[in-house]
Structures are given as C-alpha cells and as structure tokens.
Design a protein around this ligand. Structure first.
Ligand SMILES: C[S@@+](CC[C@H](N)C(=O)[O-])C[C@H]1O[C@@H](n2cnc3c(N)ncnc32)[C@H](O)[C@@H]1O
Length: 237
C-alpha cells in the first residue's frame, strides 16, 4: 500500500467520535461512511479486503455465497458485493448501529447483492435465517484478548482503542481466540467450505493450535503487514 493510501485510524476514529461520521476510500474504490460507535476500519482491514478479492477470484467457480461474520461498517461485505456482483453476500452483526451503517454503505455503493441480518447473542455468528448454504465465510472478528488489552504495547501501538466500540474489539477471553472458534463451529453447521480470517500475527500460534483439534486444514498466508495475517481454513468433511 502506498503511503498516500495509508489511513490514520486514530484521526479517523476521533473524527467519527467528534463529528458523528467519517468517510473512507478502500483500495478497490468502495467508499465507506463510518458512523460514531461503529468499528473504524484500519489499514490491515483494507489489505484484508484486497487479499480476499484476490483469493475469491482464484476460487471463483466454487464460491456462490459469502458471509461476513461481524460486518461492522460493511467495509468487507460491500467491497466484495461490488467486486462480485453475481455472488450473494450476507453480513451479520450484533450491533444495530453497525447494521444501519452497513446498509447505508450498501445503498451508497449500489450493491444490491448484499443482505444483512442481526445477531442477538455474542456466541452466535451466523444468523439462522440465512436462506441458503454458505460457501465461504470472511471475517475480521473482535481480536483483542484480555492479556493484550492490559499490555503497555497495545496501548502504545493502538491509541484508537478507547474510541472503538468494545463489541468490535474485545474477544472476551484471555488470548483473542473465542470468536474464531465460535465462527468455525457455526460454519460447520452451515456446510461452509472455506473461511478467510484476519488475525493478528501474535495470536496466530494460539489460534492454529486451538483450531488444529478440529477437522480442518489451515493455511497461514502472510501478507505485507505485520499486523495482518490471512488464514484460509478449509473444512474437511
Ligand atoms: C473487528 S470489528 C470488524 C468490523 C468490520 N468487518 C471491519 O473489518 O472493519 C468486529 C465486528 O464484529 C461485531 N460482532 C461482535 N460479536 C458479534 C456476533 N456475535 N455476531 C455478529 N457480529 C458480532 C462487532 O459489533 C464488530 O462490528
């Protein structure tokens, strides 16, 4: 990513908090409005979107339906909806504000193939009302565990954390694992073939060893940024 494209997530989060809304352009030309109280995407999110588009193109014929677990502003779901107009995209969130914002972004980007559902429980990630099977889940779930949250490094490296919504950031466990496991468990019930996860580099060993107990294949795909690892998880029947 060139320097000109780099987002200053702290400035954006401050602007969203003060003015109530902030505009972001993704690397693929989708324009996203983020409302106060909704997770502000960072540079790694934008890179994740680009990598997802690349990988989905390479698995194109296998993927008809895609679910974004934890849709936030809709940055991933709407960008995918725009990149793949013939595919159906489902976006889920537990936050009413996030869903309102994501719907606005789908409308502004004219992505009629993206539909949204509200989740009501922290542990449930795929809404049961989803009409048909899901081929692929993409997700940037809440990734900050209690240990990381307490560390001085975290407070120094991610000064925007106080401005981000807690439900968007905190995994509510020690090491930032719980959402990944919950999403994977839901995926099994929906006949999902693949999952593309964003995760932090520090968490990858804990996540892969926890997931290793499941019947899955995990590929860790390193990307340009240290704070972004792309994991492709394949469910084995
Ligand atoms: C790290 S943010 C990512 C948002 C957006 N996908 C992005 O990359 O900018 C995680 C999102 O997951 C949502 N979330 C938390 N628990 C959830 C659940 N059980 N079901 C659906 N979404 C949930 C949060 O509200 C938040 O919007």
């Amino acid at each position: 990513m060139s320097k000109n494209n780099l987002l200053n997530v702290l400035n954006l989060a401050q602007e969203a908090a003060e003015k109530g809304t902030v505009e972001i352009a993704t690397l693929n030309g989708t324009r996203i409005t983020v409302k106060r109280g909704v997770f502000v995407p960072d540079n790694e999110t934008l890179l994740f979107v680009s990598k997802c588009i690349e990988m989905i193109k390479s698995m194109n014929s296998e993927i008809e339906t895609i679910a974004d677990a934890g849709v936030g502003s809709g940055v991933i779901a709407v960008s995918l909806g725009k990149a793949f107009p013939a595919k159906k995209i489902y976006g889920y969130d537990i936050s009413e504000r996030a869903l309102k914002t994501a719907k606005l972004n789908a409308k502004n980007n004219n992505t009629k193939n993206v539909v949204f559902y509200k989740n009501y429980r922290l542990g449930s990630w795929i809404n049961r009302k989803t009409p048909r099977k899901i081929d692929l889940i993409v997700s940037n779930p809440p990734y900050v565990g209690d240990e990381e949250l307490r560390s001085a490094d975290f407070k120094r490296d991610y000064p925007d954390y106080k401005l981000q919504p807690k439900a968007g950031l905190l995994s509510l466990d020690r090491v930032g694992l719980r959402p990944y496991i919950s999403i994977l468990k839901s995926a099994k019930k929906f006949g999902v073939k693949y999952l593309l996860f964003r995760c932090n580099t520090e968490n990858v060993n804990a996540i892969t060893s926890a997931l290793a107990r499941e019947k899955i294949k995990i590929e860790v795909i390193k990307t340009e940024s240290k704070a972004l690892l792309l994991m492709r998880v394949t469910l084995i029947k």
